[in-house]
Design a protein around this ligand. Structure first.
Ligand code: ZN
Length: 111
């Protein structure tokens, strides 16, 4: 059951198989080092459900692509509004660190 949920989730994000941090393409079948995050309560993300959006990361001074979780996806049920895909653990960790400042302010604000 757990495995099925994961596969469903990966299929859901498969159109966006690009690393949010270094923009490398993540080959099909390659492990995705993704993680979820919350959007700010005032961010209007409903209309982007299931699609990719750009988020400005203050500490990086650039935009990164985040996937807005589908309304009934496992990630959404886990409390995540946004999902970031990364090509490697080091990219995921670097992006997480960069996002931390923004998240401290109560969540991320899509642009
Ligand atoms: Zn990367």
């Amino acid at each position: 059951m757990k495995r099925r949920v994961r596969e469903t989730f990966e299929r859901q994000i498969s159109p966006e198989r690009t690393c949010a941090f270094c923009s490398a393409r993540i080959p099909a079948g390659h492990e995705v080092f993704g993680f979820g995050a919350k959007a700010r309560p005032d961010a209007d993300i409903e209309r982007y459900r299931g699609a990719g959006i750009k988020i400005t990361v203050g500490s990086l001074k650039r935009q990164v692509v985040a996937i807005v979780t589908g309304r009934d996806s496992p990630a959404a049920r886990a409390g995540h509004d946004l999902y970031f895909a990364a090509c490697s653990e080091s990219c995921a960790n670097a992006l997480k660190a960069a996002l931390e400042e923004d998240i401290k302010g109560g969540g991320l604000l899509p642009t």
